[in-house]
Ligand binder design. Sequence first.
Ligand code: KG4
Ligand code: ZN
Length: 354
Amino acid sequence: MIMLGIETSCDETAAAVVEETGDPQHPWRTRSSVVASQIAIHREWGGIVPELSARQHIRDICGVVDRALADADVTAYDAIAATQGPGLVGSLLVGLSFAKSLAWARAVPLVPVHHLAGHIESLVLENGEMPLPAVVLVVSGGHTSLYRIAAPGVYELVGRTRDDAAGEAYDKVGKLLGLGYPGGPVIDRLAAQGDDRAVPFPKTKLTHADRNAPQLPGLRDFSFSGLKTSVLRHVTTRRVELGLPASEPLPQKDVADICASFQRVVVETLLDRLFEAARWYGALSVGIAGGVSANSRLRADAAARGTARDMPVFIPSLALSTDNAAMIAAAGLRRFRAGMTADLNLNAEASLTL
Ligand code: KG4
Ligand code: ZN
């Protein structure tokens, strides 16, 4: 079976062709994956402008889908998977409407996919089925969530951020240090030149249930807004100490130390919670997916902790860690085999839950 995947939830227009292999351990193979990034457009504004994003998706979608089919050397496919949510609703609508039209024109089934299920299945697409039960951390610009997976394709939310996502914290800290958008990759690079113990930023550990969401377990939640505020306070204090005028940037050494110290706290917080949840649920493997899984320290530290605990750690390659459509096609194949398709009344949902 051949699946065409389409993803337009945020600032990447993506299409991919993924096929089934017949091997239950490695169920899918990527035949093509095309991503048109809008980062250069949004950088000018310091963050994503939803209206510009939706308009750019309209410009790019035909070419991206054509290219994915040409790269895969296919003209026909058996079904279409598209991201239904969560994401920017105007952006989601472009990909979803395109997928619906194509499904109708080609008379093939339409499979709606949750964006985070896509990130999780990117791990299986590349490395084969994870030993279950597993705990997977999905960490991106919009989400920081822990899922327990006891059966393939069944994702149970066991922890999430109560305020900022980790990627959002990276982007906000990047902005306040004047490093441009997105902050994650730049902070990752600068952190390598800094002292990660130079600034004692606090690690937030929530130990109480969330009064706003009493139905969730809540004890394995994250919070990153306090860390972001303490970076802001530190920067303000340092500027006063150095007598810097507002127009002048902090010295490079300061910036590198802040990046390294901030990154240490983020990575340790994420991994403490992930491995704690793995122990709690008796997991046989752990995974990390989403844009922040591209972080070099997170990847290295996760691998080291996994080796020390004899726990397999699944992390996607860099191409699959940020948004792409191969992961959507893979999750779509999983859902299609579970009998989940949609009719053409399907609508995009900005805050779809998994
Ligand atoms: O999954 P993704 O491409 O889009 C969303 O669904 O949000 O993730 C984008 C996020 C951004 O916040 C970006 O700063 C972060 O991933 N990111 C990184 C790195 N590369 C991307 N964060 C830390 N270190 C990186 N190397
Ligand atoms: Zn994403």
